[in-house]
Write a new protein. Sequence first.
Lengths: 268, 426
Amino acid sequence: MPMGARIRGILLWSVSILVIAFLVLPLLVIVPISFSSASFLSLPIPGFSLRWYEALLTSPVWGRAILNSLIVGVIATVIAVGLGTLAAVGLHRNEFRGKALLMGVLISPMIVPIVIVALGSYFFYAPLGLSSSLLGLGLAHAALGAPFVLITVSATLTGFDANFARAAASLGAPPLTVFRRVTLPIIAPGVISGALFAFVTSFDEVVVALFLTGPLQRTLPRQMFDGIRENISPTILAAATLLIVLAVGLLLTAEMLRRRSQRLRGIS
Amino acid sequence: MPGRRSDRSGLTMDMMAAGETGDLRASLRRAERARTLRGLGLALPLILFTLVFFVLPIAGMLVKSVQNGPMPDIMPETSALLQAWRSSEPRGVPDEAVFAAFAGELRTASQNRTLPELATRLNFENAGYRSLLMATARRLPDAPVGSWRDTLVGLNPQWGEVAIWAAMGRASPRLTEGYLLAALDHRRDDNDHIQATDASRAVYVTSLLRTLEISAIVTLLCLVLAYPLAYRLATLPESTANLLMILVLLPFWTSLLVRTASWLVILQREGPLNQALQWLGLIDQPLELAFNRPGVIIAMTHVLLPFMVLPIYSVMKGIPSNYMRAATSLGAPFFTAFRRVYFPLSLPGVTAGCLLVFILAIGYYITPLLIGGANDQMVSALIAFLTLQTLNWGLAAALGAVLLVITIALYFIYTRVVGTDGVKLG
């Protein structure tokens, strides 16, 4: 290998590793601090302790916040997955005038600044009695999460061989059976990773929650937001560490699903 | 005659063929249309849901941005008179009829307890009008002492000036462009001429420009960091690239608040970054990294970087490696080959990534709010402040409308350049 190419290779690797370190290291810094026996936030920690995790898991405020977030997340995910999957199936290989515009509108919740969604919902939900309710927040989050499902399911459908469905139909299966027994198992990885995206979107969303919730509907991100704003304590870092563990789990699940889906569709 | 017969049969066959293809085409089109409609039927629930819980609230916000407020409902007669007065030139203090109507409706509003709502609206025109209105209502006599004009001016000399009447005049119509003007740091003066707001109060355009500036810097930084990484990933074997990609995607799946909290810890005065820099002997005193602009830019770059890596990587993966080899084998030095062959081919990914990161960046709120100082707040924070603290919903909605227009314009360019299929999620 010529000298120039080797130097270029080394440079490229160094830059890439630095960028990956920039992406990952900041997340790892808070993990050790969350196990600190002291209440200040610096390294190295003076001693190991689980007191912040104990404080987190025994606090009724944090418990309530986690429960609220789970409820809202489930409402949002169920709606987003149901509507998003149906729409992806309906719009797949379906060309008509205005489709680009329709897709643009359906995807736009991913793009529109969240504060605008929050402000609009703030005005819109109050007369419907949906402000300061977990259902209202779930509905708003469902609208934000549905585009993710639409995109992931559409992506799985791109590799879906329509002949499977035709074969099933020609053998006499009614459309619903075809969908349930043939289409759904094949697009399942897309549906599940869409569900993960929708759930994370809701579980992580704080701006709409700030506008729409009162003290009783406080969600986990909102609780963390208030905590960071007032006085950032190791309890928040304990919560953050648990969320990082959750993120790793979700990421690995999504990656596994992606590979499985590629295998099923015979791409890789 | 064979010739004739064949002619005729040929003709018949032609006719039959024409009839058949016509039927076939029509029935195909029918089947196609039925399929399209069935598909749309499946998409209908999502379309309706998005319309009701997403488009409608935003449309409501846009309406709020031009809705004027309660003046025409609470003081209908005064409002009507003031609108007529507004068209008079040159404009002096209104005549006795307006004063009399106003005094009557002020008393009614005070009795109906609708006055505070109106006082709040007028306070948006000029801080101080709330107390002027409330104090005047409290001390208003049942009958005028002399004329109503003398009575009101006697209570407060401000009633003898044009300013308060011009403010009430601006509040009189049902619709107003006042909030949108204010969001662009303009206002109507006492003669209804549009003027730039005084520099000391012109905060909204400043905040918009700051938002665009921070977003542009963050986009550029993301591009500089993402491009070499994406190039490395795209030129590695698939399995190694996938492994490294997981590391790129980890922050993407981690809660925004977790990432913001991490940066606060890292950037604080006694944080690990300052410790490391001091240990290395690069600095003597800890640097102030949190609660200022560099902190905001570093944290936002971290949050948005995966959105730049993904589109560039997916475009680069589609560039055949033998293009570069062909160019270098023909004698081009590496950088010439890169500049003339590889870089132009990777541009669609660069465009997609830059637009996506910029669009997402201009809507950021939480990260600048928690990591930035008072002079690093983006327009979203201002909208939230106006909504939740000062309750000036019209102005909040108008500022939201301006932000929405910028976003939609960029999104439109994005769908033109990249297409909605280009929105990929790893």
